[in-house]
Design a protein around this ligand. Structure first.
Ligand code: GLA
Length: 385
C-alpha cells in the first residue's frame, strides 16, 4: 500500500510529520483452533497490512484518525485519555486504547500521541486485521517511546487487548504471526512453550490462493464457547491426569476416559482439536518431503473437521471447498476462526486458471455475489517504514 496518503493526512490534521510503521495480516496453512489449546500452528505474514503514522503530542491525550472506516457508520476520529475510565466509544479506537492500557499494566509510561491508521487487510475475512492493528500500534508505541518490549511481549499485549478490551478470548497465533513474520517462510509455533521455527515455504509448481466468501465474520461468543468446551474437557481429564494442562497434553484414550463426564458437544470439539494437532505435525513432515498432494489432503481433512465437528464453517465456505475438490485442487479448507471469511487453497499451477474462473462463476450464480481472490505472498512482520 502507498503510505503517502496517510503521511499527508497526518500532516494536514496535526501540523507536523509523524513516523510510519506497519504490521501485516496472516494466513495459516494448517492447525486451526489449536493455539488456545497449547498446540501448534503454521502461519505466515502476508502482503496485506495495517499502517500507522504516529508522533508524541506533548499532552495526556490520544488523537486518532482512521480514514478507511466507513463514514456513514462510524466516526473517523477519536480522542481519549490514557486511564481505564477513558475507553473510547469507537470500536476501531478501542484497539489502540487496549494496547496502551495493556502496555501500562506491564509498567510502561506512555504520554499522549497523535496517530493516523490505515490498511488493506480485508476486514472480517479471517486474515487477522485486528491482530495486525494491535501489532502495528504496539510496535509503533514501543519504538516511539523506547518501551523495551520484545516481539513476543508485543504479541502477548495484542492478545491481551483482544481478551480484555474486545471480548474475544483468542489464542496467540494471529498477533504472533503479525510480529514475527518473515518473507518466504511459514512459522511453526508451539503455543504451549512459545518456541518457534521458521519453515521456508516455496511449493514449486503450486500456488497458495485465498478465496473470500465475503461473508464477514466477527469473532465473539461462538468462538469463546468453543474455547470453553475445550477447557471443560481439560478440567475433567486433569482430575485423572493432573499433568494435563491443555488438550495438547491429552490423547484420544484420555478423552475416552472422560466421555461420560462431558457433553457430546464438548467431546466432539475436543476430539477435533486432538486430531488437528496431530494433523499439523504430520503435515509438516509431508511438507519437508515436498509431498504437497498429501499435505493438501490433510487440509481437506481439516476442513471436514472444522465443518462437521467444530462447526465453524458455513454454506458458502463448504461450497468453495467442494468446488476446490471438483477442480482438482490439492488442498482446501476454511482458514482462521471460521464462520465466514476465506478458504485457503493449495493449487497446482496448471489447474489455477480453470479453478478460479469456474469457482468464481459458480459462486456468483449460487450466492449472487462475487467472491474475492487473493494470491498469497508471504512477507515480513511488524516494522518501521
Ligand atoms: C482466530 C484467533 C486465533 C485462532 C484462530 C483459529 O484467528 O484469533 O487465535 O484461534 O481463530 O485457529
Amino acid at each position: 500500500m502507498d503510505t503517502s496518503k496517510i503521511t499527508k493526512k497526518f500532516k494536514e490534521l496535526y501540523g507536523s510529520e509523524g513516523v510510519a510503521y506497519t504490521s501485516p495480516g496472516r494466513i495459516n496453512l494448517i492447525g486451526e483452533h489449536t493455539d488456545y489449546n497449547g498446540g501448534f500452528v503454521l502461519p505466515g505474514a502476508i502482503d496485506k497490512a495495517i499502517y500507522c503514522v504516529i508522533k508524541p503530542n506533548g499532552t495526556a491525550k490520544v488523537r486518532a484518525y482512521a480514514p478507511d472506516e466507513n463514514p456513514e457508520k462510524v466516526k473517523l476520529s477519536s480522542e481519549f485519555g490514557l486511564t481505564e475510565a477513558d475507553k473510547p466509544a469507537e470500536r476501531w479506537a478501542q484497539y489502540i486504547f487496549g494496547v496502551v492500557r495493556e502496555m501500562q499494566k506491564r509498567g510502561a509510561s506512555i504520554p499522549g500521541f497523535d496517530i493516523v491508521i490505515s490498511g488493506d487487510v480485508p476486514l472480517g475475512a479471517g486474515m487477522s486485521s485486528s491482530a495486525a492493528l494491535e501489532s502495528c500500534v504496539g510496535f509503533a508505541l514501543n519504538d516511539t517511546f523506547s518501551l523495551g518490549f520484545d516481539r513476543m511481549q508485543l504479541a502477548l499485549i495484542g492478545q491481551a487487548t483482544e481478551h480484555n478490551y474486545v471480548g474475544v478470548k483468542c489464542g496467540i497465533m494471529d498477533q504472533f504471526a503479525s510480529c514475527f513474520g518473515k518473507e518466504g517462510s511459514l512459522i511453526r509455533l508451539d503455543c504451549r512453550s512459545l518456541e518457534y521455527e521458521y519453515f521456508p515455504f516455496d511449493p514449486k509448481g503450486y500456488r497458495l490462493v485465498l478465496i473470500n466468501t465475503c461473508v464477514a465474520h466477527m469473532l465473539g461468543g461462538e468462538y469463546n464457547e468453543r474455547r470453553e468446551s475445550c477447557e471443560r474437557v481439560v478440567a475433567e481429564i486433569a482430575k485423572l491426569h493432573p499433568e494435563v494442562k491443555f488438550l495438547r497434553d491429552a490423547n484420544r484414550e484420555m478423552l475416552d476416559e472422560v466421555a461420560a463426564k462431558v457433553t457430546s458437544l464438548d467431546y466432539i470439539r475436543a476430539e477435533f482439536v486432538i486430531e488437528e494437532i496431530a494433523r499439523l505435525l504430520a503435515t509438516c513432515e509431508l511438507l519437508k518431503k515436498g509431498d504437497y498432494e498429501a499435505a493438501g489432503r490433510k487440509m481437506y481433512e481439516t476442513h471436514t473437521g472444522l465443518s462437521l465437528k467444530y462447526t465453524v464453517s458455513c454454506p458458502e465456505l463448504d461450497f468453495l471447498n467442494e468446488k476446490a475438490k471438483q477442480y482438482g485442487v490439492a488442498g482446501s479448507r476454511v482458514m482462521g476462526g471460521g464462520f465466514g471469511g476465506c478458504t485457503i487453497n493449495l493449487v497446482k499451477d496448471e489447474l489455477y486458471d480453470n479453478f478460479i474462473k469456474n469457482t468464481v462463476a459458480a459462486y456468483e450464480k449460487q450466492f449472487g455475489i462475487s467472491p474475492k481472490v487473493y494470491d498469497v505472498v508471504i512477507k515480513d512482520g511488524a516494522r518501521k517504514l
